[in-house]
Write a protein that binds this ligand. Structure first.
Ligand SMILES: *[C@@H]1O[C@H](CO)[C@@H](O)[C@H](O)[C@H]1NC(C)=O
Ligand SMILES: *[C@@H]1O[C@H](CO)[C@@H](O)[C@H](O)[C@H]1NC(C)=O
Ligand SMILES: *[C@@H]1O[C@H](CO)[C@@H](O)[C@H](O)[C@H]1NC(C)=O
Ligand SMILES: *[C@@H]1O[C@H](CO)[C@@H](O)[C@H](O)[C@H]1NC(C)=O
Ligand SMILES: *[C@@H]1O[C@H](CO)[C@@H](O)[C@H](O)[C@H]1NC(C)=O
Ligand SMILES: *[C@@H]1O[C@H](CO)[C@@H](O)[C@H](O)[C@H]1NC(C)=O
Ligand SMILES: *[C@@H]1O[C@H](CO)[C@@H](O)[C@H](O)[C@H]1NC(C)=O
Ligand SMILES: *[C@@H]1O[C@H](CO)[C@@H](O)[C@H](O)[C@H]1NC(C)=O
Ligand SMILES: *[C@@H]1O[C@H](CO)[C@@H](O)[C@H](O)[C@H]1NC(C)=O
Ligand SMILES: *[C@@H]1O[C@H](CO)[C@@H](O)[C@H](O)[C@H]1NC(C)=O
Ligand SMILES: *[C@@H]1O[C@H](CO)[C@@H](O)[C@H](O)[C@H]1NC(C)=O
Ligand SMILES: *[C@@H]1O[C@H](CO)[C@@H](O)[C@H](O)[C@H]1NC(C)=O
Length: 436
């Protein structure tokens, strides 16, 4: 019984294989057409990547208007070749599968669904910006507004890659962070649209926004450029985690969330987090219909004491952010335009604020030029203090911030606001009047 059933399946598989080839090869190009009927397209995509993704001039083509089902985790290794995604990679809705089988990321116990490794490759979404549909609504509902809920996978994990360009890509409804660039160097991410919009209003009372829908995070990576992005979502558009060096960010339009994040940093006592040589320019931030704009550019380091465990606890780590230039930032209705917070923990309880001056994580040579627009001065509980402002530089007593310069800063606050505009603590500041 068993053996006849399996030979029947083998026979059907053979018919199937002969009627629909896994991909069509022409010279060094492999074109994949989806199987349809909800079938998993991963085996065919991987077969095409093996055939056409390993040689100079190779191309793997997933054309529009097709939708490809991604029902299992995949690693595509590309060398000297181009992956053209005119169509859409639609990630499956099997939450149990993804939670149990996603790749694990060596940071905050996170997960990823699609890893791209290799060198000298291009991933291009073409003129109509193909890319990814993460089926994120399922995950937004499932996570119930929780922070870093285990198993929500990152749909695009650029891992152990060198000299790659990813461009003209659209990532809709990412499950978690849209992109992670990890252990890679010389990576350009140009012309991206990321949009994480929640339609389940039971998830979050404040307009329905969702946590951890970052645009792109960088980790253990060098020489990364992030240019011409449009982001709408609930969390950071760009976040630099530990060992992000020589990073260039230019032309970013943001609708909602906390904006550009340096951090979080110093979460792990046994890992030094270095963020050096970063330029961020031409950024426009404004609220979306479902999410306020919390900040424009901000820096966050963990408390200096190891309290709780990652992803939401930790602290006591070391390192520095050094040589940062932030210029041409336009703000519209931003709660807290620019700030440094050295008292971070995601365990919001009474035991955290007592550690506010314990961090030894260092910030130095941060330069801000031409920042204009309006702040809302509506934040009243940060962190545990009853204040609001335009610029807040609260550095730790154990590691004062040095060489912070400001030039052409014009942030207007509501006429009715009478509190402090610039708050400094343990910070060496030029170009702004502290505590004024
Ligand atoms: C194969 O590629 C060549 C050169 O690009 C092109 O001229 C030809 O039409 C292609 N053949 C098929 C069957 O697509
Ligand atoms: C792939 O690119 C690398 C770096 O540019 C080059 O050294 C290598 O020769 C290329 N390989 C092929 C097969 O073209
Ligand atoms: C996922 O893991 C959980 C806990 O180990 C288990 O109960 C569940 O059956 C697994 N689901 C799948 C689809 O493997
Ligand atoms: C990651 O999270 C899973 C699920 O909560 C847990 O079983 C596992 O021990 C965690 N791993 C680490 C390294 O924290
Ligand atoms: C992709 O974007 C680049 C600019 O980043 C553009 O020059 C190129 O034409 C685009 N490619 C396609 C196929 O649209
Ligand atoms: C993001 O998606 C939502 C819902 O589809 C849409 O209303 C909004 O305009 C999109 N944002 C951008 C910047 O395209
Ligand atoms: C940024 O945008 C400006 C104006 O559109 C454009 O001239 C410039 O080339 C863009 N920069 C990059 C790195 O694409
Ligand atoms: C960052 O690099 C330094 C060496 O330069 C290393 O000691 C440290 O562990 C790295 N940190 C991370 C998060 O990988
Ligand atoms: C600071 O970083 C910029 C790139 O953002 C680089 O051009 C410059 O040389 C760096 N300065 C120092 C002193 O390292
Ligand atoms: C920062 O940039 C300077 C100048 O280009 C360079 O000498 C230095 O090595 C860079 N630092 C890091 C950590 O890459
Ligand atoms: C705060 O710390 C005290 C003393 O260690 C402990 O009893 C209490 O449970 C802690 N509170 C929370 C919410 O962790
Ligand atoms: C600051 O911005 C306000 C509002 O945009 C504008 O009216 C004012 O002229 C600006 N001040 C300077 C010095 O540029």
């Amino acid at each position: 019984m068993k053996s006849s059933a399996s030979s029947l399946f083998a026979f059907l598989g053979l018919c199937f294989a002969t009627s629909i080839p896994p991909f069509e090869k022409n010279g060094t190009s492999c074109t994949v057409v989806p199987l349809g009927n909800g079938q998993d397209d991963v085996p065919n995509i991987l077969a095409a990547v093996n055939q056409c993704g390993q040689t100079a001039g190779g191309r793997i083509v997933l054309p529009a208007p097709y939708t490809y089902r991604i029902s299992q985790r995949m690693t595509t290794h590309l060398a000297n070749s181009t992956l053209e995604i005119g169509g859409t990679l639609l990630f499956s809705d099997n939450i149990d599968y993804w939670v149990n089988h996603s790749y694990r990321v060596d940071f905050q116990n996170q997960s990823s669904a699609w890893r791209v490794t290799g060198h000298d490759y291009v991933i291009d979404g073409g003129p109509h910006r193909g890319g990814i549909d993460g089926n994120g609504q399922l995950w937004y509902t499932w996570a119930k507004g929780g922070s870093n809920v285990f198993g929500r996978p990152i749909p695009l994990h650029v891992f152990q890659s060198t000299r790659a360009t990813l461009r003209n890509l659209s990532i809709r409804q990412p499950q978690f962070w849209a992109v992670l660039v990890d252990s890679s160097s010389q990576i350009a991410l140009d012309q991206f649209n990321v949009n994480a919009t929640n339609h389940d209003f039971s998830v979050s009372p404040e307009g329905g926004w969702v946590q951890n829908t970052d645009g792109v995070d960088t980790y253990r990576s060098d020489y990364i450029s992030i240019t011409n992005w449009v982001y709408q979502g609930g969390d950071d558009v760009v976040a630099f985690k530990g060992n992000s060096t020589n990073i260039h960010v230019e032309n970013v339009t943001v609708y909602g969330g906390p904006g550009i994040a340096f951090g979080s940093l110093g979460q792990y006592p046994d890992r030094t987090d270095i963020v050096v040589n970063v330029t961020v320019k031409n950024v426009v931030v404004q609220p979306s219909s479902q999410r306020v704009m919390n900040s424009g550019v901000y820096f966050k380091s963990w408390i200096g004491v190891n309290y709780g465990v990652p992803p939401n606890g930790g602290g006591g780590g070391h390192g520095h952010v050094r040589n940062v230039t932030v210029e041409n930032i336009q703000l519209k209705d931003v709660q807290l335009p620019v700030y440094i917070d050295t008292c971070l923990s995601y365990l919001f309880n009474e035991n955290v604020t007592q550690y506010c001056d314990t961090s030894t994580y260092e910030f130095e040579n941060l330069h801000f030029k031409n920042i204009s627009g309006n702040g809302l001065a509506t934040v009243t509980d940060y962190p545990g203090r009853n204040i609001s402002f335009a610029v807040s530089l609260l550095c730790s007593e154990k590691a004062p911030c040095t060489d912070l310069t400001f030039q052409d800063i014009n942030i207007t606050l509501p006429a009715t606001y009478t509190g402090e505009r610039v708050l400094c603590q343990n910070a060496e500041v030029k170009g702004l009047q502290c505590n004024s």
